[in-house]
Design a protein around this ligand. Structure first.
Ligand SMILES: [Zn+2]
Ligand SMILES: [Zn+2]
Length: 129
């Protein structure tokens, strides 16, 4: 993992490893790594910016003095990601239901056609004599 970089050329994004340093993929100069920050709300909803290495530690909210533990799973980034994942799962689920609905519709139409054909041919049910 090379991590994200912020380069003086304006590039921001994943860097590429070059030996021991991480360089900008555009201009190939060593670029500063961007620390991954999380925005984590306190129990009262004040959003704090937390750095990677603070995760798992207890913090006191500077606004309301409420102590709470910084968890990546509480961060806005994580929730956003979860929501996107959930939306994608919902979309897939909707597709499944749509296919089932179409299948059910086809069955209904087919049985209707069969009934119409049978009712137009009542002689099929007459005992042959
Ligand atoms: Zn660059
Ligand atoms: Zn707070």
């Amino acid at each position: 993992m090379s991590g994200n970089v912020a380069c003086s050329c304006g590039y921001r994004g994943p860097g590429i490893a070059d030996g021991l340093s991480v360089v900008c993929p555009i201009c190939r100069t060593p670029a500063a790594a961007v620390e991954r920050a999380y925005r984590i709300p306190c129990p009262n909803g004040h959003v704090l910016k937390a750095r990677d290495e603070w995760l798992g530690r207890e913090m006191v909210c500077p606004t309301c003095n409420e102590p709470f533990v910084l968890r990546a799973t509480d961060s806005l980034e994580y929730r956003k990601e979860q929501k996107l994942r959930q939306d994608a799962a919902d979309a897939r689920q909707a597709q499944v239901w749509l296919k089932r609905a179409i299948f059910a519709g086809v069955i209904v139409v087919l049985s209707f056609v069969v009934m119409v054909v049978l009712s137009m041919n009542p002689q099929w049910f007459q005992p042959k004599s």
